[in-house]
Write a protein that binds this ligand. Structure first.
Ligand SMILES: Nc1nc2c(c(=O)[nH]1)N[C@H]1C(S)=C(S)[C@@H](COP(=O)(O)O)O[C@H]1N2
Ligand SMILES: [Mo]
Length: 497
């Protein structure tokens, strides 16, 4: 190995050890303050909307690992350069390493993990550079043994710290079982016979919690201590009120089946899910604070890390089942979906309603205060558009000729729900599909249509009609700024036999 390459490698190793130490320090204090995550989160916040949309679309849930990976690669290349510098003059390399961790130190909510990363990184670089320094006596090059011992012990320390950090984080973020009271107002009975059992490949009527889509700007999930958590309502209200988790559970709870949808969902996309939510009606909380004379036109929700989501006040108080949810599908909220509490508003895309890890609702005006996405030019009022999706057959799949079934899901939350779905094969006339059970206007509906498939290539599309009378539009729109529209058209290949 050339000396240059060796020095580069030593710089990379020193940085990795520093990052591991920072991760461990963060695990013990604030997990989200881990240096790499802090830089990654800032990149997410600074990423222009079109690029972010592209990442969500093309990378899906892999967008986060890809981002963290890129940040890490960038840091390691610079660290390698620090290693090269340190070979000439240790000071220069050390300064570059410190500059590298100064960035997350400024960005993270807590500087300590970055300070630890910097100190340990420079220390490791020192030990490694020393071990690789030429020995005066026998030859010119570094002693092989010294390098091996140096690299080995530093790498071991790094792995140990990284593993400890991981273990501590997963221990601190383990699921806590919270028992929830029964609702004062129950959801309608869940049908025993949904279409799930009869139409293979169709979306289940209720999304299992583990399969529920997740969209947020977080790289590390917040660790919320239930005893310390509160929900405050303030701003332009008669009196500020603060609730503990137990306070919320002591209030009359409602249980509702509501379909959540992300504004970033493309036509035919998967950022939509149906679940049974348990929570306190938003109206009860707002009237406890007193909003009769308020000038506010928005609820500005803030999560435990200061991320904000705005919701039109008029929509939240028009009688729909808007709530601060504490339960999902019969259990407390999982951390991914907002533990201990989140907002759920039927009929609004998640980015203007579904604040997870909520801790504050401030009554204010759009003129006075902007929220995370509205500051990035997304719409302020964004009702979910009517949509339908083909689940089976899968796009571009090959099916056998003869009797088969086209099936899928459709939603028209707070527009009267789905009252009809029609299917068109090869651009022909629209045939009405059969609908699965209705669970209310805020919930999606399964549908299917028997189809006799003939050999060759076919296109299949679907469209939904809402109880309000509106028909899903064929006009195409991209997700930005207020949700995608258009009809999905899939291609199916039918074999010769
Ligand atoms: N605190 C917080 N809440 C958030 C978000 C977020 O980034 N941070 N994302 C919102 C968006 S865009 C959507 S679509 C929903 C998704 O909720 P889910 O991840 O539980 O499906 O959460 C909303 N609530
Ligand atoms: Mo979203």
């Amino acid at each position: 190995m050339s000396n240059r390459l060796l020095s580069f490698g030593l710089g990379v190793l020193a940085a990795l050890v520093g990052v591991a130490a920072g991760h461990l320090a963060a695990a013990l204090t604030t997990p989200a303050a881990s240096p790499v995550l802090a830089v990654g989160s800032e990149v997410i916040d600074l990423t222009p909307t079109p690029l972010k949309e592209w990442a969500v679309r093309e990378l899906g849930t892999r967008d986060k690992p890809v981002l963290v990976g890129s940040v890490l690669v960038g840091v390691l290349v610079l660290a390698g350069i620090a290693g090269l510098l340190a070979r000439r003059r240790f000071r220069y390399g050390a300064v570059l390493l410190v500059a590298l961790v100064a960035v997350p130190a400024v960005l993270a909510s807590s500087v300590w993990p970055s300070v630890v990363a910097g100190v340990v990184g420079v220390l490791a670089l020192f030990v490694l550079t020393r071990s690789a320094a030429p020995v005066p006596a026998p030859g010119d090059g570094p002693s092989r043994r010294a390098v091996l011992v140096g690299v080995g012990s530093v790498a071991f320390a790094g792995v140990a710290m990284g593993a400890a950090g991981r273990w501590i984080t997963s221990y601190r973020t383990r699921v806590v079982a919270v028992s929830l009271p029964a609702p004062a107002s129950s959801a309608t009975d869940f049908p025993a016979r949904a279409l799930d059992s009869r139409v293979p490949g169709i979306t289940p009527l209720r999304t299992p919690t583990a399969d529920f889509y997740r969209v947020d700007t977080r790289l590390a999930l917040p660790v919320v201590d239930l005893d310390g958590w509160t929900l405050t309502i303030d701003g332009d209200v008669e009196r500020s009120v603060t609730y503990s988790f137990d306070d919320l559970l002591a209030m009359p709870l409602i249980e509702r089946d509501i379909t959540l949808t992300c504004v970033s969902n493309d036509v035919g996309g998967r950022y939509v899910g149906g679940a049974r939510w348990l929570g306190v009606p938003l109206g009860d909380l707002l009237s406890a604070a007193g909003i009769a004379g308020t000038r506010a036109d928005q609820i500005l929700s803030t999560d435990v890390d200061g991320m904000t989501i705005s919701t039109p006040l008029s929509v939240a108080t028009d009688g729909r089942d808007a709530m601060i949810a504490v339960g999902m599908n019969g259990a407390s909220l999982p951390r991914e979906h907002g533990f201990p509490a989140r907002m759920v508003v039927p009929g609004l895309y998640g980015f203007v309603s579904a604040c997870k890890w909520i801790t504050r609702m401030t009554l204010t005006t759009y003129a006075e205060q902007g929220a995370y996405w509205t500051q990035r030019d997304w719409a302020t009022d964004a009702p979910i558009k009517i949509a339908s999706r083909v689940d089976t057959p899968r796009p571009l799949s090959t099916v056998s000729p003869g009797r088969t079934v086209i099936g899928g899901i459709a939603w028209a939350q707070h527009r009267g729900g789905v009252t009809a779905v029609e299917v068109s094969v090869d651009g022909g006339s629209w045939s009405p599909a059969r609908l699965g059970p209705s669970l209310g206007e805020d919930y999606w509906r399964q549908w299917y249509l028997p189809w006799t498939a003939t050999p060759g290539r076919h296109t299949v599309s679907c469209r939904a009609t809402a109880g309000s009378g509106e028909v899903q539009t064929a006009t195409r729109a991209a997700p930005f700024p207020d949700g995608s529209s258009g009809l999905q058209e899939i291609v199916v290949l039918v074999s010769d036999g």
